[in-house]
Ligand binder design. Structure first.
Ligand SMILES: NC(=O)c1ccc[n+]([C@@H]2O[C@H](COP(=O)([O-])OP(=O)(O)OC[C@H]3O[C@@H](n4cnc5c(N)ncnc54)[C@H](OP(=O)(O)O)[C@@H]3O)[C@@H](O)[C@H]2O)c1
Length: 356
């Protein structure tokens, strides 16, 4: 049975790779996109398609221009899709990733739209694939290794930042309401080609420029884009006889932030550095001050940042730690080697030069 695929977030770091891979597999003609605007020469979709030698021209016909902050337009677009088929495969990747600010937009896009999408999918789709995150599990104050069963053990110190909370709320809602075949994938920090285009990765540039000396003493889970994209596609194409509801953590290596960022330096051919670690007791110091201020309804973001930075996102991995590190190292190198070409204005013809 050939089912149409609805992909949200295709212009993003992960979505553009998933889209490109679906095209490589010859499934591109089945994909409908929810995008805010058509891809231009500089967009990740165009760059990945250029690298894979695939043409983007025919994407337009199945692109639905929808801003997820516009609830009315979103619901209307879904209504239109329900006319095309009631056996959609939904791959929902769109999200606002901004740990620092604009909680309202994150709540609206990451939580509310996901709630509406799963509700629509329950009636009009066969499968629902959602990228949650390890942040939905929350971190722990000590480096214990956790797995998918650890989801209910949510430490109270995690209830801090808007992005993580919106991801957890959406994740919970899917667990509660899904009636169709559903896969909730939870990647760690994803590395791969073009990641340096992401606005949430500006610290990586500073690491390479030697502008960072102090690092958090916590650690994280890391995974390659290739693995995440292939898990998304495998889950989307999997058709179990009975509906399944699966949660899957995607992590290839778990490392203290100091080792992780030195790995990034090494992948760029730079010498490793003796980063200083912010002492771990700052976690409890910051937590005490944070709680005290909260009693008086005062929020000072430095304390919540200090808490988060000292926590650990450590999860079970499929491969050995050494293999995982090699995979992440390769993905970091790919990221550094992927060149985002400048699109320049040709002064004589007043047109934009296409990237080669
Ligand atoms: N990258 C990671 O390390 C990581 C780790 C764990 C989980 N995840 C999850 O994986 C998913 C994809 O992440 P990513 O790294 O690909 O993020 P990204 O590069 O920031 O892409 C986000 C996507 O969401 C779309 N989007 C945001 N606001 C929108 C709106 N109002 N209307 C329509 N589309 C909107 C963006 O469209 P525009 O191009 O128009 O902005 C873009 O396509 C997210 O759900 C994220 O939470 C990512």
């Amino acid at each position: 049975m050939i089912r149409p695929i609805l992909l949200t977030g295709a212009s993003g770091f992960v979505g553009s790779e998933v889209l490109c891979e679906l095209y490589r597999m010859g499934l591109g003609g089945r994909v409908h996109l929810f995008l805010r605007k058509h891809p231009d020469e500089k967009s990740l979709i165009s760059l990945r398609f250029r690298d894979a030698n695939i043409k983007t021209d025919e994407l337009t016909a199945r692109t639905h221009l929808v801003d997820l902050q516009d609830e009315k337009a979103f619901l209307k677009a879904l209504e239109d899709l329900a006319i095309i088929s009631q056996e959609w495969i939904v791959i929902h990747l769109a999200a606002v990733i901004n740990a620092k600010g604009d909680l309202k937009t994150q709540e609206e896009v990451n939580f509310k739209r996901t709630t509406q999408l799963i509700s629509w999918a329950n009636k009009n789709a066969k499968s629902f694939i959602y990228t949650s995150s390890v942040v939905a599990f929350g971190a722990t104050p000590t480096p214990i290794i956790r797995n998918e069963e650890s989801y209910p053990k949510y430490h109270f110190l995690n209830k801090l930042d808007g992005y993580s909370l919106s991801k957890r709320k959406a994740h919970d809602e899917i667990l509660k309401t899904s009636k169709i075949n559903t896969c909730i994938l939870c990647p760690g920090i994803i590395h791969g080609a073009y990641e340096h285009a992401k606005s949430s990765r500006t610290h990586l540039k500073k690491i390479l420029e030697d502008k960072v000396n102090w690092l958090p003493s916590g650690g994280g889970a890391f995974v390659s884009l290739e693995y995440v994209a292939s898990e998304i596609i495998l889950s989307a194409l999997n058709e179990p006889l009975d509906s399944e509801l699966k949660v899957k953590v995607l992590a290839e290596a778990c490392l203290p932030y100091t080792n992780y960022l030195n790995l990034y330096r090494e992948s760029a051919g730079l010498k490793t550095k003796n980063f200083k670690k912010i002492p771990h007791f700052f976690l409890w110091f910051a937590a005490a001050i944070y709680s005290l201020l909260k009693l008086f309804k005062i929020e000072i973001s430095i304390f919540s940042k200090l808490i988060q930075a000292q926590m650990f996102y450590y999860f079970e991995t499929l491969s050995t730690q050494e293999e995982g590190i090699q995979i992440i190292f390769k993905a970091m190198k790919e990221s550094l080697n992927s060149k985002i070409p400048a699109v320049e204005l040709d002064q004589t013809t007043n047109t934009l030069n296409q990237p080669k």
